[in-house]
Structure formats: C-alpha cells, structure tokens
Design a protein around this ligand. Sequence first.
Ligand SMILES: C[S@@+](CC[C@H](N)C(=O)[O-])C[C@H]1O[C@@H](n2cnc3c(N)ncnc32)[C@H](O)[C@@H]1O
Length: 237
Amino acid sequence: MTAWHETQRFQRKLRRFAAEADPAHHAAHSELFRRYAEYTLIPEEIFCDNLALMRQRLRDLDGTVVECGTWKGGMAAAMLQVGGPERSYHFYDSFAGLPQATPTDGEDAMSWQADTEHPWYYDNLRTDADSFRKLIASFPGDRVHIHEGWFSDTVPHYDGGPIAVLRLDGDWYDSTMVCLEHLYRHVQADGIIILDDYDAWDGCSRAVHDFLSRTGSTARIRRFGPTGVALIHKVDD
Ligand SMILES: C[S@@+](CC[C@H](N)C(=O)[O-])C[C@H]1O[C@@H](n2cnc3c(N)ncnc32)[C@H](O)[C@@H]1O
C-alpha cells in the first residue's frame, strides 16, 4: 500500500468517528445528564459525547457494555438507557474508593489524594454499592451484573461474552492496566474502548501506552466529538 492509500484509509477511519454523532440525540443526552448529574463526576459536555459515541457504536453491535470504575453510577445508568434492555451490562467498582496512587500515577494524582480537604476529594471516591443498585433498579436484573471489589480480584473472572463498549474509568495505572490485560481481548471487532482518564491522569495514559506497546498493537488513540473523548476502535489491530 502506498503512502497515499494509507493516508486515504486513515482519513476514512477518522471521518467515521467525526461524522456519525447524531445531533438529534443531544437533547436526550443532556436530559440524561441532568437526571444523573449528582451520581457522576463527568462534566456535561464530556458525558454527552460519551453517550453519542456509545449510541453510534451500539447501533451496529449487540455486544455487552462494560464500565470499570462506576463511582455512584451516573454514567452507568445513562449507558443502560442508551444501550437498552436487550443487551448485558457488567459494572466494576470497589465502592471503597480509589487505591493508593503511586509515583507511576504522577505527582498530580499523589497530591490530589493526599489533600483530603480538596473540594473534589469526595472521600477518595468512596461510595456504596447499594445506592448504585437502587439507582439502576428499574433495569432487568438478569442483564445487569455488578462486581464489587478490587479490579484485580473481579475483572480477571469476566465471563460476559463479546464486548461492544468497554469504558475504562479507574483513574490510576494499575487499575487501567488490569482492565486492559483482562478485557481488551474480549472487545469485539468494531467495538471500542473509551479511555476516560487518558488526558486527566498520567497513570492512565502510561498504562494504555505500555499495554499497546507490550502487546505489539498498532492501535491508535482516536478522538470523538467536540470534547475529544479518547478511545481505541478495535479495527486498528
Ligand atoms: C473517577 S471514578 C468513576 C466515575 C464514574 N464513571 C462517573 O460516572 O462519574 C473512579 C472509580 O474507580 C474505582 N476504582 C479505581 N481503581 C479501582 C480498582 N483497582 N478496583 C476497583 N475499583 C477501582 C473507584 O472506586 C472509583 O469509584
């Protein structure tokens, strides 16, 4: 393939993600944000871009939706609304907050976690699984699986079939890495991995780069929507 063909192929791939967000759904996504705002840490525009991206992928794919790092479940609840009752969902969280950040997670992560008076500290993101269960109680129980505990204990036992959307929101290096190591291979062709913390925390971007490099992957980090949601589209390998 010539460099020209390669460029065309690359631009086609980029266009796919740029063009397919349906503006008609924006109001519905904003409404979901308002409904779940107190249960999510994600700002409205990013929240809506996540939902637009998921809606676009889930139109074509009937695989499972997975979120690692739910906190109070605001994004998870909205994902259930967008993905509908016909598919399976797996949600993972310690509900005991974040593990200790390490130097690999970066100076910002360590100082954020040390500053317990920080307005966004939120008790180190400790929450409880029962209120999450209550939030999503109206969804068919047999399709929704909540895995409480550390990712290293729960994620390796994933048995939910091909994944259409894998949303990684665990902030730190080890948390991101364990999910990539055990779930990446379950993401179906044309499925996506959303990297919530790719821009926010050094540990997340390091884990993504280390994982792709270690596995010899040719995957690129793609961007979606006005807020530039970072993702991997599983056609790149
Ligand atoms: C930023 S919050 C998730 C935000 C959420 N998706 C939302 O809608 O706002 C990160 C979550 O990841 C969880 N988490 C991070 N590392 C973890 C690990 N190794 N095992 C289990 N849970 C983890 C934390 O408990 C926390 O609730």
